[in-house]
Design a protein around this ligand. Structure first.
Ligand code: HEM
Ligand code: SF4
Length: 525
């Protein structure tokens, strides 16, 4: 169990004094008495365990509320409920996040009990959506429908989610803990950047297993996960996740929050010692196994109309505009799904979505109706590939505004480069915490400032050539800052430079960047 840290920081003290999950009943009291009556320790720390995070500007007393959506899967009724809650209690806001969650803004503490009971009625929860606990378990948007998948891993995602949900054995971790489980062959859910990444493969003997990766993470100090050289049977997954989380709970750094994530323990111990400790806890040796073969991931955006493995059914993948949905939009999406006979939608880890189980005869009509909801079935690569974090509008840590900037960027690139069709991922992130993955996008922008004769201006630091999947690599940081209102021109120049100078029409952007020296990168655009 958690031990008292040497120099105990505030969050460690608050968690030790009272389990954060125990603040649920108090939350109901705060809802009756209002924002001003919430004690500081609960406001700044414990409420996060129920998905509540104070939003900027602090004096307005609003919260952002994150709803956990395991594997990103929602049925029409759930979508509709979230939409109705957004309209009624969250000023019509709803953002799709990089962990397949939906986040509402402008939530008042007075409305939280009504929101929680409405979510509960449709089987949704916010418990563990934020805080030092296991976060939403992510999974493949095509689980159970992809012809080429090794296994439908969604039932395992659900089991792991249930195992950790409200589990007081694991409700006081040193820091957040992120798990992803993917059964498909494209490996697109980011196993390289999660605390636990499980990716399916077929062993030489023919059976399906999960290759285990641990200790990845972004944030201000990015680190790729290590393979432990272990293959797990589906039956071993929950138990091994249990013990991995236990190792983190007991050995993670509680002195410094900046060094508390599992990635720092991996860096300190190395994978061999970590595996030894895991096997000691499990009580036996785990099966050795080789690395999976990861294909070039150009096809992993899941956009457009594609056949499912179920005869006669299709999935329709649509790009959002940098993750921004709306309550009205979710209600309309649920209605469209009912009208066209679709039973589920899945959010992706790239802030897009796929509508599943659509009968062939309904696909085209659904696709054109989605476009009217700003959900684009035949989008530009820029709309598909641009991520934006919460940014300055709501996030207290932000240095820059991100969502509107990303929209401006997409519009500019669509206008100036209409023919550009190479996969291209752009991240507009408001501070180094990397909620929108700037280190693993083709072009990653990180919010910063520059000082000009007219005063301080928003600007962005630039990372180029980041990539997950085959040949995964972090982007390389340039020695420059681009004023925020000029990033659209910068990306346009960069994209043109790439088109003119790439070795051939199949050279991907990360490979193009990789063969340039640091000095050459500075003058590419
Ligand atoms: C120390 C503070 C923070 C750190 C280090 C941090 C770091 C991160 C990282 C690395 C991710 C990527 C998630 C993944 O895909 O695995 C993430 C996700 C996210 N963060 Fe933060 N973040 C911080 C605070 C915040 C704040 C204050 C907000 C907004 C008010 C925020 C909003 C989000 C959102 C919306 C996501 C998307 C994923 C989800 O649903 O969990 N973060 N964060
Ligand atoms: S990256 Fe920074 S600015 Fe953006 S949401 Fe995360 S903490 Fe806020």
């Amino acid at each position: 169990m958690a031990t008292v840290a040497k120099k105990e920081n505030k969050v460690e003290r608050v968690k030790r004094e009272r389990d954060a999950l125990d603040c649920f009943d108090d939350l109901l009291t705060y809802a009756r008495n209002g924002f001003a009556g919430i004690p500081e320790d609960d406001l700044d720390v414990r409420l996060r365990w129920y998905g509540l995070y104070t939003q900027r500007p602090a004096e307005e007393g609003y919260f952002m509320l994150r709803i956990k959506i395991p594997n990103g899967t929602l049925r029409p009724q759930q979508l509709e409920t979230i939409g109705q809650l957004s309209v009624r209690y969250a000023q019509d806001t709803a953002d799709a996040t990089t962990r397949q969650d939906i986040q509402l803004h402008y939530v008042r503490i007075e409305d939280v009990p009504a929101i929680f009971s409405a979510l509960d009625e449709v089987g949704l929860t916010t418990s563990g959506a934020c805080g030092d606990i296991t976060r939403n378990v992510t999974g493949c948007p095509l689980a159970g429908i992809d012809r080429a998948e090794f296994i439908d891993a969604e039932p395992l995602v659900e089991k792991v989610h249930q195992h950790f949900l409200n589990n007081r054995e694991f409700s006081n971790l040193p820091r957040k803990f992120k798990i992803t489980i993917s059964g498909c062959s494209l490996y697109c859910t980011g196993h390289e950047i999660n605390d636990i990444g499980l990716v399916a493969l077929r062993r030489p003997s023919g059976e399906v297993a999960f290759d285990l990766w641990v200790g990845g993470g972004l944030g201000a100090k990015e680190r790729f996960a290590d393979r432990l050289g272990i293959h797990l049977t589906p039956d071993e997954v929950v138990e091994v996740c249990h013990h991995l989380c236990g190792i983190f709970r007991d050995h993670g750094n509680r002195d410094s929050r900046a060094r508390a994530r599992l990635k720092f323990l991996l860096a300190e111990w190395g994978p061999a010692r970590f595996r030894e400790e895991l096997e000691r806890r499990v009580g036996h040796k785990l099966t050795d196994g080789d690395a999976p073969h990861v294909p070039a991931s150009s096809n992993s955006a899941h956009i457009g109309i594609h056949a499912q493995k179920q005869t006669g059914l299709y999935y329709v993948g649509a790009a959002t505009t940098r993750g921004q949905l709306s309550g009205q939009g979710l209600i309309a999406l649920a209605a469209l799904m009912r009208k066209h006979g679709a039973s589920r939608v899945r959010l992706t880890t790239t802030q897009n979505l796929t509508v599943l189980d659509v009968p062939e005869s309904e696909c085209q009509a659904l696709a054109s109706a989605l476009t009217k909801l700003d959900l684009h079935v035949a989008p530009s690569v820029f709309r598909t590939g641009t991520l934006a974090c919460t940014g300055k509008r709501f996030c207290k840590l932000a240095v820059t505004e991100t969502k509107d900037r990303a929209s401006e960027l997409i519009a500019h690139l669509e206008e100036t480069l209409p023919e550009f069709n190479a996969p291209f991922r752009i991240s507009v992130t408001g501070c180094p915490n990397s909620c929108a993955h700037y280190q693993v996008c083709d072009v990653g922008f990180v919010g910063d400032h520059i000082t000009t004769p007219e005063g301080k201006r928003e600007a962005y630091r630039v990372y180029l050539g980041g990539h997950l999947g085959d040949d995964y690599v972090f982007g390389r940081e340039l020695d420059r800052k681009v004023p925020a209102d000029e990033i659209k021109y910068y990306v346009e120049r960069l994209a043109r430079s790439y088109l003119e100078r790439r070795a051939n029409s199949t050279e991907a952007f990360p490979a193009f960047i990789a063969r340039h020296s640091a000095q050459e990168l500075e003058v590419l655009a």
